[in-house]
Design a protein around this ligand. Structure first.
Ligand code: SAH
Length: 346
């Protein structure tokens, strides 16, 4: 790559319009190019057929389009598709297409690796290498939208930020990507169909509330007892449950949006009545629902899915307390595409 050339998709529409004015062209040309770059996802300047040859050459001389490339695509027996996506600098992240009879969900990554150290998650074994740029997040969504149209004859319907990385540790870029995804000039998707999942960074949850974001929030809780949570999610030491609770109360007050708690039940870790009672108490702070997720083993076997009995106990006690609870089965396990399994085995 020529180092002097700039990434054209780092420019806002305004900057692109200004660029054309400075070139002695019309601002409108900026709109045209912007449309090619985003809603039409052009991979090269050559594709921009309503732009003159000279202008395309001029763009070529000044800029690059850093598109992601789907390196390998694996299809699971249950229809799940996993993309290993190569970035312009050669690093790889993974994203997953999850089909159900009525929808197609894209599970996208926000960072290369992750800086958190959740001991049950395969991604934590990779150090955080860098944040993804807005266009790299956007492109994962476009790739899955294309695959959904190709394999399932329908567009993408939902997006979850539950791939690699902690989205709130790359907040600005995630927000910029979501702006593009939801803008009519991008994919025009409703923010109601987007879920950002976080391990719970209190300061950033408050920031999101202040920014009046319109997407939904999920929190990977896994335990409502500090001691237990810190033992499996060490950053809980820095951001204890009390701070998380306070941030979530602030979120709800500002947005009036209920929270989804993601929760895995492990044998011997959080499968006692005490754990259930702590969760019930935590659920009373802010309107919420609980998704119990099936544990996907990652190699070393230190964690084991709790017994069905323990999960039934959770469901019974939560329901008795009028808390909505769903049990989520994992998809795409045979291709390491399920939650917590994204770690670039290839
Ligand atoms: N960092 C963000 C998003 C990535 S993790 C977050 O923590 O929410 C997406 C979800 O997968 C989280 O709820 C996470 O706790 C869960 N997860 C991680 N490892 C898992 C595993 N081995 N089995 C099942 N779910 C897992």
């Amino acid at each position: 790559m020529d180092v002097k050339k700039k990434d054209i998709r780092a420019l806002t529409k305004e900057q692109l319009r200004d660029f054309f004015i400075k070139e002695g062209d019309e601002a409108f040309r900026g709109n045209q190019v912007y449309e090619w770059l985003w809603s039409k996802s052009a991979y090269s300047f050559e594709d921009m057929t309503n732009i003159s040859k000279e202008t395309r050459q001029m763009l070529e001389d000044n800029f690059v389009i850093n598109h992601i490339k789907v390196d390998t695509m694996q299809r699971s027996s249950d229809g799940t598709v996993k993309n290993a996506v190569r970035l312009h600098d050669g690093l790889i992240v993974e994203s997953v297409l999850i089909p159900t009879p009525t929808r197609t969900t894209a599970c996208v990554s926000s960072q290369v690796g992750c800086s958190l150290d959740c001991s049950f998650c395969a991604t934590s074994r990779l150090k955080r290498m860098r944040n993804l740029n807005p266009d790299e997040i956007y492109d994962q969504v476009v790739a899955i939208d294309n695959e959904s149209r190709l394999y399932f004859n329908r567009p993408l319907s939902n997006i979850v930020f539950m791939g690699m990385g902690e989205p709130l540790m790359n907040y600005n870029n995630v927000i910029k990507a979501i702006d593009k995804i939801t803008s009519p000039e991008g994919l025009g998707m409703s923010p109601k169909r987007i879920v950002v999942s976080t391990s719970g960074v209190p300061k950033m949850i408050k920031k999101m509330a202040d920014d009046e974001v319109k997407f939904n929030l999920a929190v990977s809780l896994h335990s409502a007892i500090d001691e237990v949570r810190t033992s499996i999610m060490p950053f809980n030491e820095t951001f204890p449950l009390k701070d998380l609770q306070e941030a979530l109360e602030y979120w709800y007050e500002k947005t009036k949006k209920a929270i989804t708690y993601e929760y895995i039940v492990w044998k011997g870790i959080n499968d006692s009545l005490k754990d259930i009672e702590a969760l019930v108490k935590f659920c009373k702070y802010v309107p919420c629902k609980v998704n119990i997720i099936e544990y996907n083993p990652i190699d070393d076997g230190a964690f084991q899915q709790a017994s069905n009995q323990a999960i039934e106990d959770y469901i019974r006690v939560l329901e008795r307390n009028n808390i909505v609870v769903n049990v989520r089965r994992s998809r795409g396990k045979d291709i390491d595409a399920a939650c917590g399994q994204l770690a670039n085995k290839s």
